[in-house]
Write a new protein. Sequence first.
Lengths: 133, 65
Amino acid sequence: MIKERSQALARSKWFLPSFSLALGVVILAVSWLGGSPGEGWISLGFLAAFGLFILLAGRSETIRGLRGDGRDERFAQIDLRATAVSGLVLIVTLIVAWLVEIAQGHSGNPYGWLLATGGAAYALAVAFFRWRG
Amino acid sequence: MKNRVRTLRLQQNLAQGQLAEAMGVSRQTINSIENERYTPSLPLAMALARFFGVPVEEMFDDQGT
């Protein structure tokens, strides 16, 4: 039931625009707390514009897939592969940044912690999906 | 995976979009299946076979991949 509802939500064309707007509001709130609301307003404006663009953009498969309303099993597979590639790029970037920090005589953090978090999350995810079958 | 989706679709005078709508997928997904760029999931393969009234193994050829 929950899974069906979340899938229906993710397949709505309002999903990504709403997410962008909500993220913008959160960034504005934390920027305000951090004493720099100007940057928060810029972020909110950028994310709101992005959300509006995605909402009003054409009917290309890429846009509809990103937006949510064009998702089917093939796009879910594309999404999974794209997520894996972006995760791999992120991990490689973090490893390089961590090594550079260490070579410069620094502790390597926060890159070391981020790498540890990524590694632990991967191991836990493998264990979970293996257990779930 | 080699398949007869295009042949069966054309036999019924269906456009890719019509078949896609009947299957609940995008037109591009039907196009990718017909051009052997995408292997459908088992539920979709069974739905296609049921739609055209043929056994799955007659529609898809796993020996000819």
